[in-house]
Design a protein around this ligand. Structure first.
Ligand code: GLN
Length: 309
């Protein structure tokens, strides 16, 4: 078995030299200025060992990776009743697509496309003020990563609030079908702030550990979710975590994972490891171009694809 730290250093060297780095997201103006040369990777293994390389300590906007954590919270609140309001099938459409919603009566295909994540956030908001729900999401991430320094990047939240017309449309459209319990701007206020949480690869890998260890946070020994729920969240990550690039990611990388337009990817190797990678340039479907390549090299070198060596 190769030495993990060596593998991470080799991948980081190769990614630093890569010329085609994809394109940094610019539809959220505040993200457009991020340096595309950045690259970081962090892996926590089942025994609790942390391995990092590159810019693994630098924070970036986690964006849609936050959807894994709000899904976990929403399932904790209402359990499987959530699946009456959101499906769990890959969409085969862009992350911010509206077309399927009309044909499918305002029920989003899965909790990781924007429409589905907005419904999930609507569940997390129930019984709270938006500010309290935002606090609860941030608190959950700090708890999972055992790190109280995690914060929300207010400039990113503001930038998205000012320009998130597409998400406003999705939320209003679902409201018209009765699939949003709060006023769209209240749910979206929470959604934009959860997306603007800033974390490093190290923090994100720690936050994702419970999904690799049957639902228990190995640091604290605290049970976050049941083994069964961890398994199911992983299943949705595998099938839907990369939008209309999910099949390709499963083919090349072969692990449950969730991407965000900030260029981060959180990956789970059940029973073995939690991985976070960050490279801001995106491919045509809005997933980190070099992040996926780095994960492919890592899972291949370590024999970590869930589909075989
Ligand atoms: N905040 C982003 C949006 O709603 C999240 C999208 C993403 O990371 N794919 O557009």
């Amino acid at each position: 078995m190769p030495i993990l730290q060596d593998v991470l250093e080799e991948i980081t060297d190769a990614m630093r030299r890569a010329e085609d780095r994809g394109r940094v997201a610019d539809y959220i103006p505040q993200l457009a200025g991020v340096d595309p040369a950045r690259f970081g990777i962090a892996v926590v293994t089942g025994d609790g060992a942390m391995h990092c390389a590159g810019d693994a300590e630098e924070t970036f906007s986690i964006q849609s990776i936050s959807k894994v954590f709000t899904l976990t919270m929403a399932l904790g609140r209402i359990g499987d009743g959530l699946w009456r309001r959101v499906g769990r099938e890959p969409s085969g459409n862009a992350f911010n697509s509206i077309v399927q919603l009309e044909r499918e009566d305002g029920i989003p295909r899965n909790p990781f496309i924007n429409a589905g994540a907005i419904v999930v956030t609507d569940v997390v908001l129930s019984g709270h003020e938006p500010r309290e729900a935002i606090g609860a999401i941030l608190h959950f991430l700090r708890f999972l990563a055992e790190d109280d320094s995690i914060i929300i990047d207010k400039a990113v939240a503001r930038s998205e609030t000012l320009t998130g017309y597409r998400n406003v449309a999705l939320a209003n459209y679902m409201k018209s079908f009765g699939n949003l319990n709060h006023e769209p701007e209240r749910t979206l206020g929470v959604y934009f702030h959860q997306c603007a949480i800033a974390m490093s690869c190290r923090q994100l890998a720690l936050a994702g550990r419970f999904l690799a260890t049957g639902g228990r946070n190995p640091g604290t020994g605290f049970r976050v979710v049941s083994p069964e729920r961890a398994k199911r969240i992983n299943a949705v990550m595998l099938t839907c975590g990369h939008y209309d690039g999910s099949g390709d990611f499963a083919y090349h990388v072969g692990i449950p994972a969730k991407s965000g337009v900030g260029g981060g990817i959180l990956g789970v190797v059940p029973g073995k490891a939690s991985i976070a990678v960050w490279s801001p340039g995106l491919n045509a479907v809005g997933n980190s171009q070099l992040g996926a390549l780095a994960m492919e090299r890592l899972t291949r070198a370590m024999g970590w694809s869930v589909f075989g060596p």
